[in-house]
Structure formats: C-alpha cells, structure tokens
Design a protein around this ligand. Structure first.
Ligand code: FES
Length: 76
C-alpha cells in the first residue's frame, strides 16, 4: 500500500521479483489457460508466476504451509 507504514525488508512477502515496479501484477486471458495452469502463491518460484515446486522447500524449512493456485478445466 503506497503511503502506508514502511516495514522492514525482511518482512516483505516479495523478496526479489520485479522490485523496480510499484506493484507486481500478472494477467492471463482465460482462453490461454488451456486445460490446466499452476500459479505460485509463495513468491519463491524461479518460474513465477507459475509454480515450480519451490513451496515444498519453503514449507520444510520454515514450517509454513503455502501452496499453489491451480486453475483447470473440470474433469468430465
Ligand atoms: Fe510458489 Fe509453488 S513455487 S506455490
């Protein structure tokens, strides 16, 4: 939030991705999602905004419980 109180860098959720922009936003057209896409919510992925499994190591190291957002077509 712009204008809000500054917090220590160590408390940032986003440690290093696109720090030159005021807000990291990714947008996808629903037509391009295809059958399934897996999006990162831990901000640790080297393929951000896609999940690369890095959340598993983060959870193991920290005791956290974060995981991806999966967008997929219904199984028919
Ligand atoms: Fe971030 Fe999987 S790597 S949620």
């Amino acid at each position: 939030c712009q204008g809000g109180p500054a917090v220590k860098e160590s408390e940032w959720v986003n440690k290093k991705l696109k720090k030159e922009v005021p807000k990291v936003v990714d947008s996808f057209d629903i037509e391009d999602v295809g059958d399934k896409k897996v999006f990162c919510r831990c901000w640790k992925s080297k393929k951000f905004p896609y999940c690369d499994g890095s959340h598993t190591g983060h959870n193991t190291d920290t005791g956290d419980n974060v995981g991806p957002l999966i967008i997929k077509k219904k199984d028919n």
